[in-house]
Design a protein around this ligand. Structure first.
Ligand code: NAD
Length: 502
């Protein structure tokens, strides 16, 4: 047993050191902290618990590596080789990665395409982009006519690396989010410090080791600082030696990061929360549509930023739609809840007890404000340990209620009836968030027309998905900037114009 009284899992993932300046070092005083498996509450390992001073050392290492310039001046081909090597190693060792994602992030097999395959795909896309991205472009340059005479110019746009980047990924799809940051940051020649979420250091350190083994990067190009306190993040976002922050997380912390950036006008890229609408257009194929509409109540326990947690349905078929959604998620032969290590489980736990309590507070607020709880709302019986919750659906929800306006980040969906498409668009846009929207229906032309009117960074019609070569990010409070494809590359470059008389 540990000091916290939690039992230990038989297999331990023990990391006493993190990678700073090309060396594996302990946190100040050799401090570590323990990581539970959210499905069993057993301790599965520990990671270094860094101090502010450890973060300063890592920032200095990244600064030094940038100024020395070996990576900054590497060729696109060198960078592509490194990124392909990372993808190849992940592919070869993906069963180890899967094991960690199950044990640390509570990732059920149904989510493994996103958890395991997407990061590999994204590293490969950034390897290709390292070659194809227009780091230097010639522009047409007219002859200058001036009182001093006339002359011809040659004009070039150079996309230079931003410099030292602070990367703060999140824990829900940890390697995927990491790939969206490290991939373009490396492809464009930056140096970086990765500060993983306190909930997910183990898989991050596994990635750190894998990259160290296969990439042959100069020391200090990627530094990893793990820990449970907010002060290491605060140091990273306020230290004057850091040129850019790329953050994925909540609006609350996103605002703090933006505030800390004001002094130095530090570049900030924010991937924040969502409260996405899923608009059902018609009652055709309702049996097929119901599982997709209800997906956020079980898929990764609703812990996704871009899930369609506000379902909007035509009034005439609202009761039928809710009935079919509830029947699907209530069927324990299909939506089996349990330890994600069992491949037959479709739904695992939420990541920590504090998150479960916050989700339960949202559910209580929905009940208090008069929303109709159709199914779920409780902890499932018979599971013993683990931070589990039932798939939860509220019906007849007024979009002004707290449960329809605030991100819950748990297995809860609200269903709101609408009278006509204009009303559906109005309700969908009546949100502080603007990350994504989904549309399900048979009329694709109509769906695309509706998509154009939605104030969100992404719209998925009849499924769709996150594509490695496409932009991903939010309107409004869902963030600033885009990840993915050339847009992700641009986030990690400064645009420089060079013109010379020719
Ligand atoms: P969070 O905002 O709680 O993030 C916490 C991270 O910020 C931790 O690493 C923490 O140590 C650090 N931190 C805390 N205070 C800080 C400060 N003042 N300065 C710098 N760093 C600080 O979010 P979370 O729990 O990690 O993630 C959940 C959120 O992430 C949800 O809102 C979800 O929607 C969002 N998310 C967004 C996307 C996207 O791509 N848009 C993807 C996944 C998750």
């Amino acid at each position: 047993m540990t000091s916290a009284g939690k039992p230990r899992a038989a297999k331990q993932f023990a990391w006493d050191r993190m990678l700073i300046g090309g060396r594996w070092v302990e946190a100040t005083g050799g401090r570590t902290y323990e990581i539970p498996n959210p499905a069993t509450e057993e301790i599965i390992g520990h990671a270094p618990d860094a101090s502010r001073e450890d973060m300063r050392v890592a920032i200095e290492a990244a600064r030094r590596a940038f100024e020395e310039g070996a990576w900054r001046r590497s060729t696109p081909r060198d960078r592509a080789r490194v990124l392909h090597a990372i993808a190849d190693a992940m592919e070869a060792r993906k069963e180890e990665m899967r094991e960690l994602l199950i044990a640390e992030a509570g990732a059920c097999w149904v989510s493994h395409d996103t958890q395991v395959e997407w990061p590999i795909r994204h590293f490969r896309t950034y390897a290709d982009l390292a070659i194809r991205f227009p780091f230097e472009q010639m522009l047409p340059a007219p002859t200058i006519q001036s009182p001093m005479g006339s002359w011809n110019n040659t004009s070039m746009v150079h996309n230079a690396p931003v410099g030292v980047c602070g990367l703060i990924p999140t824990w829900n799809f940890p390697v995927f989010v990491l790939a969206q940051k490290i991939g373009p940051a490396l492809a464009t020649g930056n140096t970086m410090i990765v500060k993983p979420s306190p909930y997910g250091p183990l898989v991050n350190l596994w990635v750190a080791k894998l990259i160290e083994e296969v990439a042959d990067l100069p020391p200090g190009v990627i530094n990893w600082v793990t820990g449970q306190g907010a002060e290491i993040g605060q140091e990273l976002v306020s230290n004057p030696a850091v040129d850019k922050i790329s953050f994925t997380g909540s609006i609350v912390v996103g605002r703090q990061i933006l505030a800390a950036a004001v002094d130095r006008l530090r570049r900030v890229h924010l991937e924040l929360g969502g409260k996405s609408a899923h608009i059902l257009l018609d009652g055709d194929n309702l049996d097929m549509a119901a599982p997709a509409l209800a997906a956020p109540t079980f898929f990764h326990s609703g812990q996704g930023c871009a899930m369609g947690t506000r379902v909007l349905v035509p009034k005439a078929i609202a009761d039928e739609a809710v009935e079919k959604m509830a029947a699907f998620v209530g069927n324990r032969d299909i939506v089996k809840i349990g330890n994600p290590s069992d491949p037959s489980c479709l739904m695992g736990p939420v990541v920590r007890e504090e998150r479960r309590l916050a989700i339960e507070a949202h559910i209580e607020s929905g009940i208090r404000q008069g929303a109709k709880l159709v199914t779920g709302g409780k902890r499932p019986a018979g599971l013993g340990a683990g931070y589990f919750l039932e798939p939860t659906i509220f019906a007849d929800v007024d979009n002004r209620l707290k449960i329809a306006q605030e991100e819950i980040f748990g297995p809860v969906v609200t269903v709101t009836p609408y009278s006509d498409v204009d009303e559906a668009i109005r309700i969908a846009n009546d949100s502080d968030y603007g990350l994504a929207a989904m549309i399900t229906g048979t009329d694709q032309v109509k769906a695309v027309e509706i998509a154009r009117q939605l104030r969100t960074g992404n719209v998925w019609i009849n499924a769709g998905g996150n594509l490695a070569n496409a932009p991903f990010g939010g309107f409004k409070l869902s963030g600033i900037g885009r990840e993915g494809g050339v847009w992700g590359m641009q986030e990690f470059t400064e645009v420089q114009h060079i013109v010379w008389r020719s």
